[in-house]
Design a protein around this ligand. Structure first.
Ligand SMILES: Nc1ncnc2c1ncn2[C@@H]1O[C@H](COP(=O)(O)OP(=O)(O)OP(=O)(O)O)[C@@H](O)[C@H]1O
Ligand SMILES: [Zn+2]
Length: 503
């Protein structure tokens, strides 16, 4: 049973907020288009998975039993989403003189490491495209009547489905032919279901099919994996907003051809907006891009990036600047410091009462996925905090509004520290910032360029304190400069109580 405010989500299909009603109340099924593992994911890509994670966390918190699938695309995605150009995987393998399997394994592992560092809940299953080739061929056979064969392979005739492309904002008439015409296509928006290897072409990944040796089209993969692992129709399909224009309309067209009906395959299609920088959408194809590792190498904890994303609504464009990332880090430090203080306030009292309360003993601990707000026995102790959280996230996952509600809750002196901490656990079930366990020391990430370690820093700082006590300011300044040269900024009188930080 779910409780709390009705969950409203924005459906890209209808372009409006809709009250969420599960198809099967026993299990909510969500499919997220996963990464193409030809390169590291940039932090823009990770925004898409952070958004899907927030959706999953809210659904679970509201009491739904969630089955979430994220795929790994290791074949078929071409350098243009509009189905033209080279296969991204083949291209990367050729450039690095490696096998596609090595490329896929390396970047899949790197992606999963980032997923863990951002505290993104892993899905029920990571479904890998190349594990589904026979199913893709079966699916393609069933929709073959809506396709035609040309030299390049089997193409889907988009004129066969009524309302083709209605999900996209602009009519997709331009389709792939605008970029790289494929001779013989009937309509510009028609797309490959099965791409035949051209004579003389040597592909690392190719399979036999009724339409010749070749590889599946990228759009086919997601239709097939969602059908196999979730069944059609399932509840929610997510992806970045670029997918609203080509990839998802094509999935929908395939799904409708498959079922010979108007069903799009999913009830709701949800899309996160882009992370942008001064150059526009962050993109791997532009060459220079930021990975999570780059942020870490610069001394920024990954959860600061998570917080930065949570500060914006998922449907708003989010501009990346180092200043805004560092501001998010400061906000995170402040939250952690407040939680540490609160914990300090309850520990002595609890010890006096005959036992030390650890964070796992707090009410609500160990039940992170229990049903919604008012179902929690301790909801009344949160001073309305949980209701505010519920209202915010029920309004199309408005985490930006949940954050000030959390900050007000933590500083609400009319509530006992233990109650504030208990309510915090519920907030963090949704926000995923690890606020109950994160320490200030965890947030001090050593930049790759730093040439000094923590014991050495502490030793220099102790020396500097002595120099200051002895009013030897020249020595104190020299030590400060020495630390600065090693990448450490001394923070005298920092309001957050940070003695130093890695610059
Ligand atoms: N700048 C961005 N901001 C938010 N989401 C993005 C951004 N770029 C891509 N995405 C989303 O990231 C997810 C993974 O995308 P995928 O690995 O297929 O990226 P890609 O198309 O190869 O890369 P890119 O667009 O970065 O060159 C998709 O849901 C995609 O829509
Ligand atoms: Zn997809």
């Amino acid at each position: 049973m779910t409780t709390g405010a009705p969950l409203k989500l924005y459906n890209s299909l209808t372009r409006q907020l809709e009250a969420f009603q599960p198809i099967d109340p026993a299990q909510v099924r969500v499919y997220t288009c996963g990464p193409t593992v030809y390169n590291y994911q940039h932090i823009g890509n990770m925004r898409a998975f952070l958004f899907a994670d927030t959706l999953g966390r809210v659904l679970r918190w509201k009491g739904y039993n969630l089955k979430h699938i994220i795929n790994i695309t290791d074949v078929g995605h071409l350098t243009s989403d509009a189905d033209a150009g080279d296969d991204k995987m083949e291209k990367a393998a050729a450039a690095q003189a490696k096998s596609i399997w090595e490329i896929a394994a390396h970047y899949t592992e790197a992606f999963k490491r980032d997923v863990a560092r951002l505290n993104i809940t892993p899905p029920a299953e990571w479904t890998v495209a190349t594990d589904h080739i026979p199913q893709m061929i079966d699916f393609a056979r069933r929709i073959e009547r809506d396709c035609y064969e040309i030299e390049g392979g089997l193409y889907f005739d988009t004129s066969k489905v009524p309302n083709y492309g209605s999900l996209a904002r602009a009519a997709t008439d331009e389709g792939e032919s605008r970029i790289d015409p494929v001779s013989g296509k009937r309509n510009p928006a028609d797309f490959a279901i099965w791409r035949k290897s051209s004579p003389g072409e040597r592909r690392q990944m190719e399979w036999d099919s009724p339409w010749g040796r070749g590889a599946p089209g990228w759009h086919l993969e997601c239709s097939v994996m969602s059908l196999q692992h979730l069944g059609h129709p399932f509840d929610i399909h997510t992806g970045g907003i670029d997918h609203r224009e080509i990839h998802h309309p094509n999935e929908i067209a395939q799904n409708q051809a498959y079922c010979s009906c108007a069903d799009t395959g999913a009830r709701l299609w949800m899309h996160n907006n882009f992370l942008v920088d001064r150059g526009g959408k962050m993109s791997k194809s532009t060459g220079e891009f930021l990975t999570l590792q780059v942020l870490v190498d610069r001394g920024v904890h990954p959860l600061a990036y998570r917080l930065m994303c949570l500060q914006a609504h998922y449907r708003s464009e989010l501009e990346f600047t180092w200043e805004s990332l560092l501001a998010a880090l400061t906000r995170l430090k402040r939250l952690v410091q407040t939680v540490e203080k609160l914990r300090g306030q309850i520990l002595p009292r609890a010890a006096g009462e005959g036992g030390v309360v650890g964070s796992n003993d707090l009410p609500g601990a160990g039940h992170p996925t229990e049903p919604g707000a008012s179902a929690h026995p301790w909801a009344q102790h949160g001073g309305g905090g949980l209701e505010r959280l519920d209202q915010a996230v029920s309004d199309d996952l408005n985490t930006a509004q949940a954050l000030p509600a959390l900050e007000e809750l933590l500083s609400d002196k009319s509530l006992a520290p233990a109650d504030r901490l208990a309510t915090l656990e519920s907030f963090d079930t949704i926000l995923g910032l690890n606020l109950t366990t994160l320490t200030r020391a965890d947030l001090r990430v050593r930049p790759a360029a730093a040439t000094i370690d923590e014991p050495a820093i502490e030793a220099r700082l102790a020396e500097r304190r002595e120099a200051r006590a002895a009013k030897d300011f020249a020595r104190s300044d020299a030590l400060r400069d020495e630390l600065a040269a090693a990448g450490v900024e001394v923070m005298d009188g920092d309001p957050l109580g940070w003695d130093w930080k890695l610059a």
